[in-house]
Design a protein around this ligand. Structure first.
Ligand SMILES: C[S@@+](CC[C@H](N)C(=O)[O-])C[C@H]1O[C@@H](n2cnc3c(N)ncnc32)[C@H](O)[C@@H]1O
Length: 214
């Protein structure tokens, strides 16, 4: 099974190859302030009841786990074997990690989830694979379950500096908020989008999609 993203989807050559080192990726994410973005999303979009199960698609090095409340059961998967090895070595007691490509996941073996998080992954995958992510979430969530996606977004009033960062992002599919929402058309979700500004220490807008399973 090929575990390498296509170059049309994710840039991993030249300068970007250093990001394939999990510790480097982690440090850069921390410098950009990803922890406070995780906290905002968990606070505003995660159900507050205890004992919930979360599937974290494109979990990277598993950093989301550090902001999850006690008692949450977490399963993460990512295409990168190095990120998954790093995440697993952190030995989070309530997390399990797997190497999987979004379009090759077999949902049956994962069980049911209350929340599916897709943090920073839609902008790394093309429309077909993004729809397959949404279909996987639909298969794993019961009625009222929630898929939350968070990605850098192209907005009308963005600065030249924001454009500079987006044009150089490793993910080759940064979309507009309308394009992210459009991925949900004809899917069994009620979806709404919100634009966040200043969520990270670099001047990029983000689009959060909250999609509730119908
Ligand atoms: C911007 S990183 C976000 C990582 C993590 N969610 C976080 O917020 O720290 C995008 C992640 O998507 C993963 N990825 C890219 N294409 C993928 C695919 N087709 N299937 C699964 N994971 C993929 C990358 O390996 C990377 O870890």
């Amino acid at each position: 099974m090929d575990k390498t993203p296509s170059r049309d989807d994710e840039e991993n050559t030249g300068f970007w190859s250093i990001l394939s080192h999990p510790a480097v990726f982690d440090s850069i994410q921390r410098l950009m302030g990803n922890r406070s973005l995780f906290e905002t999303i968990v606070r505003d979009y995660m159900p507050k009841r205890s004992g919930i199960r979360i599937l974290d698609i494109g979990c990277g090095t598993g950093s989301l786990v550090s902001v999850l409340p006690e008692g949450v059961d977490h399963v993460g998967f990512d295409i990168s074997p190095r990120y998954i090895a790093y995440a697993a070595a952190r030995r989070h007691p309530r997390s399990r990690f797997f190497v999987e490509r979004v379009s090759e996941i077999s949902p049956e073996r994962l069980g049911r989830f209350d929340v599916v998080m897709a943090f920073g992954i839609l902008h790394h995958i093309g429309d077909d694979e993004a729809r397959s992510l949404i279909d996987t979430a639909a298969a794993l969530l019961g009625k009222g379950g929630r898929l939350v996606t968070v990605d850098a977004a192209r907005v009308d009033d963005q600065s030249a500096l924001a454009r500079f960062f987006m044009d150089r992002d490793r993910g080759r599919h940064i979309r507009t908020p309308a394009e992210y929402l459009g991925l949900f058309s004809d899917r069994p979700f009620s979806a709404e989008g919100k634009v966040l500004r200043g969520a990270l220490r670099i001047p990029m807008a983000h689009c959060v999609v909250r999609a509730d399973r119908l």
